[in-house]
Design a protein around this ligand. Structure first.
Ligand SMILES: Cc1ncc(COP(=O)(O)O)c(C=O)c1O
Length: 419
């Protein structure tokens, strides 16, 4: 790959026009952290300003148009993840939604007390499940145990190892579709079928998939899913998360949080909790409206771009990164930290180096590239296809090589709290 080839790809990129909608400083560093926090677009900024205008003028009257957003925006996200209408709700954080759905699943799996999860899973998932096993928030039933599947840090969970962990005692399997560190990607269909054959329920974490990688939840017969909107959906820091529950499970599962936003005839202020029939029963308290309008604008933009085009470009940028890493970075001791096979990889590419942190620090401090660092030795490169050009991918690798070629630097500062 050379720069001219990258430029040629940009000239024929059907998504190129979307970049102009984002606030991008042309003299700034190359942003390769779309897998952590997406950039701000004019559409999202306008949507939030519009909601603030309603708030300014109508004050509490704004609720008439806001109150259904958790479900209507959920339907928009549903179209990105293969979920038909009425099965996705937007609100709370991924962590809280994961807790709600895990508990709900355990409560209907009588006689089964094991949760299966990946030992390389994102920390919040591991903590929530371990917390449930430790009895946090529960006065219930038999003790819960978490069984950890040992996975490969680069290639992720292998189906045979998973199969050996899921048995007649398994109530729930909770896994990321795309691993946060390595981008190792699982086959949703194959895993869901395996889990169902053994009578367990399947909960997918789609944080690194929603808006990035094609997902067909309904097609795979998935039971439940959660995910965030601040990465590829570009809805802003801490924007509300989503949850999916397959329609047939709506009346079987109930949320462990009995909040008034899940209540039938909410403003009757009834004495007893009677949840609505649909996925709205997983609501809890007042939804974050400024966040919801941002999610709506972010998801609409991706729908307009089309998941097939987004994924096509993501894959092409991933393959380009792999080639560039092999050619230009491996001679400096960099190893690939993601699966080499594009069919087993999500939308980012990770590289590993013993001095990954100082390298990352230098790239940011000198305003060259913004990647992110994950302990102990991983640098993630997440070129979001909606606003990243092929030349950005090319130039980012060149800049990383220059930093590596410069040898040890003075930037071995202590790591800050947020990386
Ligand atoms: C796979 C995965 N799950 C969960 C989370 C965290 O979710 P939240 O902070 O929205 O609760 C993240 C955050 O990056 C993630 O990557």
């Amino acid at each position: 790959v050379d720069r001219a080839q990258a430029e040629a790809l940009d000239r024929t990129d059907p998504l190129a026009g979307f970049r102009d909608e984002f606030f991008i400083d042309p003299t700034g560093p190359i942003y390769m952290d779309g897998n952590s926090l997406g950039r701000l677009s004019g559409r999202v900024a306008d949507a939030v300003e519009g909601a603030m205008e309603s708030w300014r003028i109508e004050v509490v009257g704004g609720w008439r148009e806001w109150v259904d957003l958790p479900l209507s925006v959920g339907d928009l996200i549903g179209r990105l993840i293969g979920a038909g209408p009425g099965q996705v709700l937007v609100g709370d954080s991924t962590t809280v939604n994961l807790y709600k759905l895990s508990r709900a699943a355990l409560d209907v799996q009588k006689g089964r007390s094991v949760i299966v999860c990946d030992d390389n899973e994102f920390p919040t998932d591991r903590y929530v499940l371990a917390g449930i096993a430790a009895g946090a928030g529960s006065n219930s039933r038999e003790p819960i145990e978490v069984r950890w599947v040992r996975s490969d840090p680069v290639n992720g969970v292998d189906l045979d190892s998973l199969a050996s962990c899921v048995d007649e005692r398994t109530a729930l399997v909770c896994l990321s579709h795309v691993n946060y560190r390595s981008a190792a990607r699982l086959d949703i269909q194959a895993v869901t079928s395996l889990v169902h054959e053994r009578g367990a329920l399947m909960l997918w974490d789609l944080c690194h998939s929603a808006g990035a990688v094609p997902v067909d939840l309904d097609g795979a017969g998935a039971d439940m899913a959660v995910g965030c909107t601040y990465k590829y959906l570009n809805a802003g820091p801490g924007a509300p998360a989503f949850l999916y529950v397959r329609e047939e499970l709506h009346t079987r599962l109930s949320s462990p949080i009995w909040g008034w936003f899940a209540q039938r005839d909410q403003f009757e202020m009834g004495e007893r909790f009677e949840p609505v029939d649909g996925v709205g029963r997983f609501g809890a308290g007042s939804p974050d409206m400024l966040g919801l309008v941002a999610v709506s604008a972010g998801a609409s933009m991706l729908l307009e771009a089309g998941m097939d085009k987004l994924w096509g470009k993501s894959r092409a940028m991933g393959e380009m990164l792999l080639e560039l890493v092999a050619e230009r970075l491996e001679p400096f001791g960099v190893d690939l930290g993601s699966p080499a096979d594009a069919d087993r990889r999500g939308a980012h590419v990770s590289v590993r180096h013993p001095r990954a942190w100082p390298m990352c620090n230098e790239l940011v401090a000198r305003r060259l590239v913004v990647p992110d660092f994950r302990v102990p030795d991983t640098v993630r490169l997440g070129p979001a296809p909606i606003y990243t050009r092929y030349v950005d991918v090319f130039d980012a690798v060149e800049r990383i090589r220059d930093v590596l070629a410069g040898g040890p630097t003075s930037s071995e500062r202590e790591r800050p709290r947020v990386t």
